[in-house]
Structure formats: C-alpha cells, structure tokens
Design a protein around this ligand. Structure first.
Ligand code: ZN
Length: 420
C-alpha cells in the first residue's frame, strides 16, 4: 500500500536510502501541514574517520527538514537518520543523504525552488512565504556558494552596450555599471562602481587582444565612458544611444514650453494639458479625427492643437521645428541632415535648445555613428526596467553583493549546482 517510489518521485526526494513510513496531516499554527516520516539507512563500507571496516549501528538521530509546499500544504519531513559507531576508532557518525546538506534543516529542493522563484518578479519576502521558510534563509540561499557566475575574461563580443542603474547605498555614488552584448543581448557583468578608475581597473583584466575585438560600444553621453573606451578599447567606435540623445532634445523643448506656460496665464492650461503632443513625432500627430477638445471647447484635430500652441510664441515654434527636424533626421537615419543641424547655428530657438545642441555638437561624431550603425541600448533599457521592478518590490536592497546575485539569477546567468 505504501509505495516508496511514488512518494520519493512525487516529493522529488530521490534518495534510495530513504524509506518513507507515514504521511500525516496536521494543523500547525492554523496552516495545514503534511508531515512525512522516513528512515534513512546508509551504512558506509568504511569509517569516514579511520577507514576501518567494523561498523555497528548506533541508534538514530531525529531531524526535521522543510520541504517545498505540496498542493499548497506546508510539508515537513521527519527523517530518522541511522547513526553508526566505528569499532576501530570508537567515533560515531550519521547516515548521509543527498536531499539535504549536513546540519541543515532546509531540503536541497527547497533551495532550488527558491532560486527558481527568484527568476521571477517577486520579492524575497514572498519567496519565503511561498516556501514556508524565513526571509533570511532566502537571502542566504541567493548568496550561497551553490550559485556562481563566472565572467569569461578571455572573450568580449564585437559590440557592447554600456549603461548604469540606480543601485544600493553601499555602491559608490549609488550608481552601478552594467554591460551587455549588443547582438545577443546577454548581460556580461554588473559592476558595483561606474567611476572611471574602477571601470578601467576592471576592463584591464581582459587582455589587450580581447579588448581589441570590441568594435562598437553604445552608451549615453557620460564623458567618463568615453575616456574609458579611448583607453581600454582602441578599436571601438563610440555610438551614442538614440533614446538618450532624443531625450536630451525633448527635455530642452519641454523646458521651453514650461517657461512659456509659467509666464502666460492665458495659455497655462492649454500648454499644460497638451505637452505630450509637442514632444510627439509630428508625422504621428493625428490630423484626421475631430473632437471637442478640453480647454478649447471647439472641434479640432490634435494637429490643430499643436498648430494653435505654436502660433502663440515664435521661440516655441522655432524650437519645436528644430526638435522635429532632429527627430526626423534620427529616425530616417539621415546622416547629412543630422550633421547639418548639429553643425549650424540656431539663433531663433530657446536657450535650452541651444545648450542641448552645443552638447550634442561636442559628441557629434558619436551621434552620427548612431544613425550609421544599427546598434542601440534598447535592450539594456528593458533590463534596467526589470531591475527597477525587482528593487521596488523588495523595497530596496542594502547589499550590492546580494542585489547583483538576484539580478544575475533573474536573467538566468547563474549556474546552479544540481541538487538531488
Ligand atoms: Zn573509525
């Protein structure tokens, strides 16, 4: 009636030395709990202490091991471990099993389950709840020696993406560095500190030959990264990230709008309500559908609204038009137009836009590369968003080491040693 194989299979506790004897249902602290009992008998051929062969049985040691939940019941294994005594040296020892580490009361498959849960967007606290273990235990599992990630310092791909993300307080400047393969989109490593000295030291661990293999690096306008590439990656072309570049111009246009908005009470509501329309690619602003619009109280298309707003202020109009030309040049990969805009003087636009253009001009070579080559940091933005989510649901992380491990687990980069 009590089939040992079924039980071990169902619980995924595949140690042939365990004999299951009973399954009871108990109510512990109001939670239904399956209590499974078993006996572990595993007599070694020789004494682990002296190598002697005369070994007698010597009572039992009772252990209580936490298992992953079974059909939403908490599960516990009460395991009676056989003890042995060596007649040669007189020392005693306990039968060994692959389902749990020595002196540990959490089964290996519980640990494995914790790592699998950690690949999802849930907090360590919720993982703990799901597995009926403590929050601390989950943290310990994530930081344990059973999981490891090794960067291959003998290889770098042809194209890299550089970026940073808001990290833990113990990371210097609270910003950490992340880089990935621009083609396969795999994260290569996460580095605590994004400061130049730190990164140089890190990348010098790759030989010059390996670093010369890198031909393209995508990044945002952050001058230490440029110095880094010039020193460490002699063959790499710098490519500015499209998202960041467009964002800089959009911010300049937006500031222009806000200044006008705050100085003109009559236009305040209109400029406030329709700010997104100004930032949008003009070709995508609808001119076909008419509706009664908020703040206008008459039938208009969205394009009409944009045109109305622009007609109110010359500077806003010029700034907007320059912004749209930039968008157009970038999106249509028009190298000449982009170069032309960056190199000419723009007298009629707002100071904000002038500053943005001046900054872009400084990096124009790399911005032109952006339309020349098709690499961008879009992937890393996605990765960073996932990192943000995990940080938020965990209410922040205190230790960078732990945070890094969790990220590496989330992106399936951790090698998990096989458990029974
Ligand atoms: Zn012995």
């Amino acid at each position: 009636m009590f089939n040992n194989n079924y039980i071990s299979n169902l619980l995924n506790l595949k140690d042939p030395n365990i004999n299951f004897t009973e399954i009871k249902e108990e109510n512990r602290k109001g939670i239904g709990t399956k209590v499974i009992t078993g006996i572990l008998v595993n007599k070694p051929d020789i004494c682990p202490h002296c190598g002697g062969v005369h070994i007698n049985i010597h009572g039992y040691k009772m252990t209580r091991i936490k298992l992953p939940k079974v059909s939403e019941y908490n599960a516990i294994l009460d395991l009676k471990k056989q003890r042995y005594k060596c007649m040669g040296c007189g020392k005693t020892f306990t039968a060994k099993t692959s389902i749990v580490e020595e002196n540990c009361c959490i089964s290996n498959n519980t640990k494995h389950a914790a790592i699998i849960h950690a690949t999802e967007k849930i907090s360590e606290k919720d993982i703990a709840k799901r597995l009926n273990i403590s929050h601390n235990t989950v943290n310990r599992i994530i930081n344990s020696h059973n999981i490891s990630y090794h960067v291959n310092f003998n290889y770098l791909p042809k194209a890299l993406c550089f970026d940073e993300f808001k990290s833990t307080k113990d990371a210097d400047g609270a910003m950490s560095f992340i880089y990935c393969d621009a083609v396969t989109h795999n994260i290569i490593d996460i580095i605590e500190n994004r400061q130049l000295g730190f990164l140089k030291q890190y990348f010098y661990r790759f030989s010059l030959k390996v670093r010369k293999n890198v031909k393209y690096i995508v990044m945002d306008m952050y001058s230490p990264y440029i110095s880094l590439v010039k020193e460490c990656f002699p063959k790499a072309k710098i490519i500015m990230d499209k998202f960041h570049v467009i964002n800089n111009f959009a911010r300049a246009l937006n500031k222009t709008r806000i200044r006008l908005m705050n100085s003109n009470k009559k236009l305040y509501n209109k400029l406030k309500n329709y700010y997104k329309l100004l930032l949008k690619d003009r070709r995508k602003v609808d001119s076909m559908h008419y509706a009664k619009r908020k703040c206008f109280n008459k039938w208009m298309s969205l394009r009409d609204i944009v045109d109305y707003l622009l007609a109110q202020d010359e500077e806003l109009k010029n700034t907007y038009e320059l912004y749209q030309s930039l968008l157009f040049a970038i999106k249509t990969k028009n190298e000449d137009l982009l170069n032309n805009i960056l190199m000419s003087e723009h007298k009629n636009v707002s100071d904000y836009m002038k500053t943005a253009i001046r900054t872009a001009e400084k990096y124009s070579e790399y911005i032109i590369n952006m339309v020349k080559y098709s690499y961008n940091n879009g992937v890393i933005e996605g990765i960073n968003n996932k990192i943000k989510v995990i940080k938020r649901i965990a209410f922040g992380y205190r230790s960078f080491y732990h945070f890094r491990n969790r990220i590496l687990i989330m992106f399936n980069l951790i090698h998990i040693e096989k458990v029974a």
